[in-house]
Design a protein around this ligand. Structure first.
Ligand code: BGC
Length: 516
């Protein structure tokens, strides 16, 4: 199903390229771009459940919540105004990723990262100092622009820097930093929620400056990728950089592929119209479906609304934040599983295993909640034991996501595009991701109110669809040099027919094609 690629002896050298400490350092620094995204995902839910924050900026929501004596557990926290505040960031990120695409292509990955870090910094300052809703929203729009630029450039940067054999591991540094950001934010909210003066939310929002500064400083000192240097016409620099990051002068084969890729890139005037051509159909479809599916796993219901969700199923205020911290820890540590295995077991194995595990836990959680609350949503307190089992299965679900769709949802799109449309393709991935994150943030509370425990079955159903899709349509890309991935598509049972022989300009010396 996946198609096989046989490496010839000469390209095995390349395939086994060692990771130099220079690359490792550069990738660790670039990964910090994930921190700003993660911090924001983790901070918003907690802040919007702080009374002092609601009272100040959303008094009607606050009054409504205080007065709400509705018996249904499912419909307690229904507020569109508040979710609109959370969601404004995603709209800004969606739109800005298109601008980022041009900067990333024309001026390099590094500059996009710098712009991302600086705008995020401005946003965090305005949010921390906010005195009215306008400042809050303006700050969030700037945060969104920062995220749009970062998510557009960082995954591509990592995939280009890494030697083929370590590409998965290094790229997942980005997702690792997302999870660290989420976890740090959960902890900070936990602390600031108990600040008596009612200004705890300022600390939570203002501290977003920390990851922003880390990322900006990182972007200033990072080297550019050889692929991007060549794309912009700096052939000599590109060659030197390639030698430096691979730690050897023996880089001719990889360099030839980069040259071929950049020649091809020069013939492309507008990546946006080009990406619609037949020969890019497989990658285009993946750029849309992978982020779409990633969000339809339902992960952000847990990430944004863990405190709300845990409250809904009967934990008190403190306990619900504590449970959110637990899922945060699981999210971080489970990511290491994919870091350790992605280049050995491959992307497909993780996708398929993770999908199965998510499905099982979603069915269990949905059933446990359904049994207790039924469809009316009226329930007595959950017993400690019962509630702990729900938390346990939510953790099983989060772990599965953290080693499958989480990291792979960013890794796979960043490595499947040929150079000429890579920046454009990555923007599509970012904007689809943001769009569906927005939709889920926007409708979750309503959906919980109407679909009740069925919401977990709903996302479970999507997990079945996406897992089947991966099984049939995603070829394995582990260990294949990034500029030769076109060969993997060419060999695929379904996608192969979209790509003509004359569309392939790379890797003739390195690969023998086989059909699987
Ligand atoms: C997703 C986010 C999600 C996070 C959870 C990321 O890969 O894009 O939407 O909140 O993983 O760790």
């Amino acid at each position: 199903m996946a198609g096989g690629v046989i490496l010839s002896t000469s390209s095995k050298k390349l395939h086994e390229g060692k990771m130099t400490s220079f690359v490792l350092l550069a990738c660790i620094m670039a990964s910090s771009g994930g921190l700003i995204f993660g911090y924001d995902i983790g901070i918003s839910g907690g802040v919007t459940s702080m009374d002092s924050f609601l009272e100040k900026f959303f008094p009607s929501v606050y009054a409504q919540q205080q007065a709400d004596s509705s018996a249904s557990q499912y419909c307690k926290f229904d507020s569109e105004l508040l979710t609109l505040f959370t969601s404004s960031l995603y709209v800004a990120a969606l739109l800005s990723s298109f601008a980022a695409s041009r900067v990333t292509r024309v001026s390099g990955r590094k500059l996009s990262m710098l712009i991302g870090g600086m705008t995020f910094l401005a946003g965090s300052a305005i949010n921390g100092a906010a005195v009215n809703v306008f400042m809050l929203i303006l700050g969030r729009v700037l945060l969104g622009i920062g995220i749009g630029f970062a998510n557009q450039s960082v995954p591509v940067y990592l995939s280009e820097m890494a030697p083929a054999k370590m590409r998965g591991t290094l790229n997942i540094g980005f997702q690792l930093m997302i999870t660290v950001g989420i976890f740090a934010a959960n902890l900070i909210n936990y602390g600031t929620a108990s600040i008596k003066g009612g200004w705890g939310w300022r600390v939570s929002l203002g501290l977003a400056a920390v990851p922003a500064i880390i990322m900006s400083v990182g972007a200033l000192v990072l080297p550019d990728t050889p692929n991007s240097l060549l794309e912009r016409g700096f052939a000599e620099e590109a060659k030197k950089m390639l030698q430096k990051i691979r730690g050897t002068d023996d880089i001719q084969e990889e360099y030839d592929d980069l040259i071929a890729a950049s020649e091809e890139a020069k013939t492309v005037k507008s990546p946006w119209s080009n990406i619609l051509q037949n020969k890019y159909r497989p990658q285009l479809i993946m750029a849309i479906l992978i982020p779409f599916f990633q969000q339809l796993t339902g992960i952000n219901v847990i990430m944004f609304y863990a405190p709300v969700l845990f409250k809904t199923i009967g934990f008190g205020g403190e306990a619900s934040l504590a449970s959110a911290v637990i899922t945060g820890i699981v999210n971080v540590f489970a990511t290491f599983v994919s870091i350790a295995t992605v280049d050995r077991l491959g992307r497909r194995a993780l996708f398929l295993q993770g999908g199965a595990q998510m499905l099982i836990s979603q069915v269990v959680v949905g059933t446990l909640i359904g049994l207790k609350f039924g469809t009316s949503g009226e329930a007595t307190e959950l017993s400690k034991g019962y509630a702990s089992i729900i938390v346990l299965f939510i953790c099983v679900y989060v772990a599965a996501f953290a080693w499958s769709w989480g990291p792979l949802g960013w890794l796979v799109p960043s490595e499947i595009f040929p150079l000429e449309i890579r920046s454009a393709g990555q923007s599509i991935t970012v904007s689809v991701n943001m769009f569906f994150t927005f939709i889920i943030a926007q409708v979750f509370l309503l959906a919980l109110c109407h679909m009740k425990f069925g919401l977990f079955y709903f996302f479970g159903g999507w997990v079945v669809i996406m897992t089947a899709f991966i099984y049939f349509f995603l070829p394995e890309t582990k260990n294949v040099p990034i500029e030769e991935i076109i060969l993997v598509w060419k060999q695929h049972w379904f996608w192969g027919k979209f790509i003509a022989d004359e569309d392939i300009h790379v890797g003739e010396h390195a690969f023998k094609n086989t059909s699987a």
